[in-house]
Each structure stands twice: as C-alpha cells, then as structure tokens.
Design a protein around this ligand. Structure first.
Ligand code: NAG
Ligand code: NAG
Ligand code: NAG
Ligand code: NAG
Ligand code: NAG
Ligand code: NAG
Ligand code: CA
Length: 567
C-alpha cells in the first residue's frame, strides 16, 4: 500500500525572500495592521488619562488540543514554553469542554452558557438572533473599560459569529485574521503560516498597548493542532516515528453503543485516507498511518508551544509579566486512536478534556522582580527535556463555562450572577461558576461532589455519515454526560431540535465507566448496573443537569453498597 501521508501533510518552510519582495497580500496585511494601530490610538485619546492598576488579560486558545503536554504528565510531548507558564500557574487537571466541537464549545465558553442555551450544536446560527442576546466574555471586559483585541480563531468563523467574530460587540477593533490562513489547504505562496502570523500580530499588539492607560484583554486563537497538520517540517524531528506508540486502546470497545461512536468523517474524507479504502464506519486505519497521524499531532503541539513562547516572552520584554493574567486553554480535545476513534465529536474524555492553565502574578506565583525574566523563550530543539515537576495542580472538576466568571473575579470586575433556568432573555449571567477561590484556598483536591457536564448530538442511533456533526434540524438524540472524579455517566436520550429540549425518560443507550479500574473508558458497565430499569423510576426534572445528578445520586447508593465507590 502506498502511503501518501507524508506528502499530504506537506509542511511549509520559510521563504527567505519574503522580507524583500512584498507580495500583494502582505501589503494588504500591512495596511490592515496600520488601520488597527490607528484605531487603537484613536481609542486611547478617548480615555481619561489615569494609569490603571487593573490587570490585563491574555487568553491563549489552541484548537483541538487535548492535554498532551509535559505539564499534564505526557512523557513524549515537548512543550517547554507552556510548561514554563504552568510552573508559575495553577494547572487544572480536570477541566472539560461542554461540547467537543469548535463552534458550539467556543460560543459556550465565550458566553458562559451551555449549548442548550446557545442552541448552537452545529455551526449554523448566531446566538444573538437564534437564542438570546448574550453578553460575551470580551464584551463584558470591553464594557468595563478594557481594550479588547482578537487575533486568529477565537470565535468560530462564519455565521456562528455573524461573519464578524462578533465585532463590534465583543472587540474594540476589528479582529485580526492571518492572511496565510486562506492557503491552509492549498499551496502557500506567502512563505509563512497562520500561527506564525498570529504570534507576530499578538506581539505587535502587546507592544502597541503596553503603555496604554486602559488595560487590555487580548485573545489569541491558534489554528493548530487542528488538521491539516501543516507545520514547519523541523518539528517532526522531535518525534522519531520509532518512538511513537499506538493509543493504549486502539480497538472499538465491544460494549460501546453505536450512538456513542463518532465515525471521524473529517479524517476519512482526506484524500490520503480515502486512498486507504477504509470500511465505514469502523475502519480501522492501518497501524503505520495511525503512528504518523499521532506523530504529526504531537509535532503540531510543539509548534503551537513555540508560538506561545514567543508571545509570553513579549510579556517579559514589554514589562507586562507582572500585571497580566494569562490563561492557556483549548476548545476541546481530540481522539488519537483511542477506542478506534479519531478527532473530536464524542463524549469521551479524550474529546472533552482540555488543558487549562491560569497565571496571575502575585497569586499563582510571587510578583516578578523588575529585572527578573518570567517567560524567557525556550527553544524546544535545545531543550534538555527535564520532566515537569513544578506548578500547582488543581484536581477539582472545572468546566470551560467557568472561565468567564473566574476571569471577572480575578480581574476584579463586577460579579456575574448565576443564570436562572431558562435564561434566554437575560443578556448577562453565567451557567458556570467562578473557581477563583481555588487560587486562594486549599480546596484543590479531588472532590466527589463536583461535576462537569458535556453533551453531544446525534442524528440517529445508527452510525451514519452525519453522526459526527448533524445539522440542528437532523438532531434526534443528545448524549448528556456527567463526569465526576470517579466515573463518567452518559445517557443518550431523545431530543427535540425545535424546542432544543431533551426527553430524559426516553433513553436510547447509556454509558458508565468507573475510572479507577477503567481510566481509558473502554469497559461500559451501564447494562451490568441494571440501570435501564432503575432510572426510569426517577422523576425527571426540568433541568437535565439536575436530572442527571438525580440518576447519579440514586445509582451511587448502589455503587457504594457494592463497594465500587468509596463511601
Ligand atoms: C444586544 O446587545 C447589544 C450590546 O449589549 C445591544 O447593543 C443591542 O442593542 C442588543 N440587541 C438586541 C436586539 O437587544
Ligand atoms: C450581523 O451582520 C449583518 C451584516 O453585517 C448586520 O447587518 C447585522 O446587524 C448583524 N447582526 C447583529 C445581531 O448585529
Ligand atoms: C526515542 O527513544 C529512545 C529510546 O527510548 C530515546 O533514547 C530517545 O531519546 C527518544 N528520542 C526522542 C527524540 O524522544
Ligand atoms: C475497496 O474496498 C472494497 C470492499 O471493501 C472493494 O470492493 C474495492 O475493490 C476496494 N477498492 C480498492 C481500490 O482497493
Ligand atoms: C511591573 O513592572 C514594571 C516594570 O518593571 C513596574 O514599573 C511596575 O510598577 C510593576 N507593576 C507592579 C504591579 O508590580
Ligand atoms: C418523553 O418520553 C416518554 C417515553 O417515551 C413519553 O411518554 C413522554 O410523552 C415524552 N415526553 C415528552 C414531553 O415528549
Ligand atoms: Ca476545535
């Protein structure tokens, strides 16, 4: 079999001539940057001159990044710059996205509402007109006197953010998009790559706001490690193919209900994968191709790490490391062959769990001294590869909807109140809760009473071509998950796509994984627990999260009596 993977994952190297011969697109980009800087200057003049003691915010968002990072105990992946950030930060080891796909997750965490309140489960609507006129995280900072700036993929592009990244509501100046992004799937004439441009633009913006009287909220959305893995070739050298292993559980679990499986159509539709003539829906992908996909994903993570390093070094260079809160996170994870699955689109931890690293100088680490460097750039090719040992690990469950109220709390903005149910007509509220107290108190441990909630839609019980990403009108089933430190429990129930409401008593399938004995979630013990009869007896409650919690409370009595859970 002829493997074309290497060729298709063809990477771009820098064109040394770029600096001399400016292409038309580069000129446009320069003009665009000048417009941005000009707008910033105009904005500054309108602000009463008074040096603010308020903290800036730098929110770094990777795309499709699961916590394959040194600071999350990954032994293979090299992420020295993110690890360095983690060493002065709180590192949340149990952080989960609300839906494992870009658009719905981003709109959810940027509005702090769950998908049933944004009514966005696909990419096809704008919450302000389709669900409610919800205030976003950057919009709230903007309303509180911040200059808010967006670089790269922060909001999901397209109608999901009204083709404008929600500008002007969320941002002080038009969001920046790297000109090279339009060549993502074609030959690249610009001699650069989107995340290189993103990092350069972020550094430029930091420089332009560093002396501003207003604090800034700068969000930077990287495009990697999302496919295609188009990255500078040299990062592959960090991961010799002979050092790559398969996922620990590369087979589809026997007791996995069909509705829970995602057929990874985006991978399947790649030309090089089509050439493999895989059977639908289970594949499997040939072993050497799996290894190379993993290798390219890991290399893409190191490439993102280098861009993070460039931006963090700029904080040092511009004297901002002592007054800027930094968050590093992702929109959701990515299955790298676990359960015979690839990509996102499921309720498995590999798809829902995200890195979440929060730095606040003076809180998560001592205030840096004036000459001290907090974030010197680390060249991954020179890195000694010391295992990560520092950092404050927080094991408690947190969710991406919590980031909005937490950042408000850390930055000293007026508190955002918890949403009533339903909250379609309330512009500002949160369906998460601030975890800022975890920075100050020792309640960092595993807490069995804390949960995170995720959901994933399906068009049918059967696996079909649109199972990964059904359009709203095709959704018939929703998988609602409750994840505690001990287990994941998921019920796949009927769903009404007009009302966007589940029927918690009409259950198509269920999953239950007891993590102490089954950390990779391969042994679904739902049927063994005789749950189907048990929870039909439970009265459903109007809120699905409450309903799930009732299921779990009811069940955990049984688990405790069988000594499956500690009491
Ligand atoms: C939505 O909110 C924005 C900003 O808060 C406001 O300017 C706009 O008028 C609102 N739109 C509607 C339809 O209420
Ligand atoms: C969405 O964008 C269109 C076109 O720019 C604009 O006319 C419309 O007002 C925007 N919607 C909202 C809610 O701002
Ligand atoms: C690859 O594995 C070998 C053997 O375990 C190890 O010595 C080497 O450092 C690894 N190479 C890289 C780049 O991680
Ligand atoms: C692809 O697989 C199908 C059956 O799985 C087989 O009939 C067909 O000949 C294969 N095509 C190629 C090009 O290998
Ligand atoms: C941060 O560092 C700068 C430059 O070293 C200094 O002027 C400023 O006072 C410091 N701010 C805080 C809050 O320590
Ligand atoms: C929910 O499903 C149950 C069982 O099929 C059915 O009896 C009930 O009418 C449904 N409820 C709604 C609101 O559709
Ligand atoms: Ca994504």
């Amino acid at each position: 079999m002829h493997l074309t993977l290497n060729h298709r994952f063809e990477t771009e190297t820098q064109n040394k001539d770029v600096g001399i011969t400016l292409s038309f697109a580069m000129k446009i980009m320069l003009i665009y940057t000048w417009v941005n800087i000009w707008m910033l200057l105009v904005l500054k003049q309108h602000v009463v001159a008074e040096r603010s003691e308020r903290f800036n915010v730098l929110y770094l968002i990777a795309d499709d990044l699961r916590p394959t990072l040194g600071c999350y105990s990954d032994k293979l992946v090299k992420s020295p710059n993110i690890d360095q950030l983690a060493s002065v930060s709180s590192v949340f080891r149990n952080a989960f996205a609300q839906q494992a796909v870009c658009g719905p997750s981003r709109v959810s965490f940027l509005t702090s509402r769950r998908p049933d309140t944004t009514k966005l489960y696909d990419f096809n609507s704008y919450w302000r007109v389709h669900a409610g006129n919800y205030t976003t995280l950057p919009q709230y900072f903007k309303a509180n006197g911040y200059t808010t700036l967006s670089v790269g993929k922060v909001f999901h592009p397209g109608i999901a953010s009204n083709h404008s990244d929600d500008y002007p509501y969320s941002w002080s100046v038009p969001p920046y998009h790297p000109p090279s992004f339009k060549y993502e799937k074609r030959k690249m004439p610009l001699g650069t790559l989107p995340d290189l441009e993103n990092a350069a633009e972020a550094v430029r913006l930091l420089q332009s706001v560093k002396d501003s009287v207003t604090p800034f909220f700068l969000a930077v959305g990287f495009y990697k490690p999302h496919i295609p893995f188009r990255i500078p070739q040299e990062y592959l050298k960090l991961y010799p193919i002979e050092n790559i292993t398969l996922a620990p559980d590369p087979d589809v679990p026997k007791k996995l209900p069909d509705v829970a499986y995602n057929p990874w159509m985006d991978i399947r539709q790649r030309e090089d994968v089509q050439a493999l003539n895989l059977s639908f829906p289970h594949g499997p992908i040939p072993k050497d191709f799996q290894l190379r996909t993993r290798q390219h994903y890991f290399a893409s993570v190191s490439y993102v790490d280098a861009q993070v390093g460039r931006i963090l070094q700029a904080l040092d260079d511009f004297g901002l490391a002592n007054n800027t809160i930094v968050v590093f996170s992702s929109d959701h994870g990515w299955s790298l062959g676990e359960h015979g699955e690839w990509a996102k689109y499921s309720n498995f931890d590999v798809a829902t769990r995200v890195p979440l690293i929060v730095y606040k100088p003076g809180v998560t680490s001592p205030l840096p001294a004036p000459t001290e460097k907090t974030f010197p750039f680390i060249d991954v090719f020179q890195d000694t590869g010391e295992p990560f040992t520092k950092g404050r690990f927080i094991e408690r469950m947190v969710e991406l909807v919590d980031v909005f109220p937490t950042l408000c709390s850390l930055a000293g903005l007026p508190r955002v109140h918890h949403c009533p149910m339903p909250s379609f007509n309330i512009e500002l509220c949160t369906e998460g809760s601030s975890f800022a107290q975890l920075f100050f108190s020792p309640e960092r441990d595993l807490n069995p009473e804390r949960y995170s909630y995720s959901q994933y839609p399906r068009p049918s019980e059967r696996i079909q071509e649109n199972s990964d990403l059904p359009d709203l009108q095709d959704i018939r089933i929703m998988g609602y998950s409750i994840r505690s430190v001990d287990y994941r429990y998921t019920v796949w129930v009927s769903f009404d796509p007009v009302l966007c409401q589940p029927n918690m008593t009409e259950v198509h399938a269920g999953e239950l994984y007891l993590l102490a004995e089954d950390p990779w979630q391969d042994n679904n013990v739902y049927e063994e627990m005789e749950l189907s009869t048990a929870f039909r007896k439970i009265r459903t409650q109007p809120v699905w999260m409450e309903s799930l919690r009732s299921h779990v409370t009811f069940l955990s009595i049984g688990w405790k009596s069988k000594k499956i859970l500690g009491s």
